[in-house]
Design a binder for this molecule. Structure first.
Ligand code: HEC
Length: 114
């Protein structure tokens, strides 16, 4: 009984905190025009890098933060600022999205593979 309740509670609190899934993230990725720079499959264009393999260097929480304020990360991350220098434009800040939406985007981009 306790185990069932614990499972139910953790599932419910997960829903409450981040009511999102990679599928929601995939539609946000189109709606917010991430595809203009990262391509329809997230594998990059001339305006933005490929997003495969992100899981080796990002957690979902850090990515959700970065999506809100990329400039703040560029200042402290030599790899990211070198990456940004390869493109004419910069990653756009999406701080107007809710935390749940940014988490959905984060879980989607973490699932992108070549
Ligand atoms: C105007 C073009 C543009 C748009 C639109 C854009 N990005 Fe980016 N993105 C970039 C560029 C350029 C970089 C390289 C680093 C930087 O500029 O911060 C980048 C970097 C990233 C990274 C880090 C990649 C790494 O190797 O660590 C992620 C994750 C990312 N973008 C996700 C998104 C998501 C999600 C959206 C939509 C909500 C989005 N981007 C919209 C241009 C864009």
């Amino acid at each position: 009984m306790t185990a069932v309740c614990a499972l139910l509670l953790s599932t419910l609190s997960g829903c409450f905190l981040y009511p999102s899934s990679p599928a929601d993230g995939a539609s946000l990725f189109r709606r917010e025009r991430c595809i203009d720079c990262h391509g329809p499959s997230g594998l990059g264009t001339g305006n933005g890098p490929t997003l495969d393999g992100l899981a080796s260097r990002w957690t979902a929480d850090a990515l959700a933060d970065y999506i809100a304020d990329p400039e703040a990360y560029l200042a402290n991350d030599a790899r990211l600022s070198a990456l940004a220098d390869q493109y004419d434009g910069r990653m756009i800040p999406f701080g107007y999205l809710s935390e749940g939406e940014r988490h959905a985007l984060a879980s989607f981009v973490l699932s992108i593979a070549k």
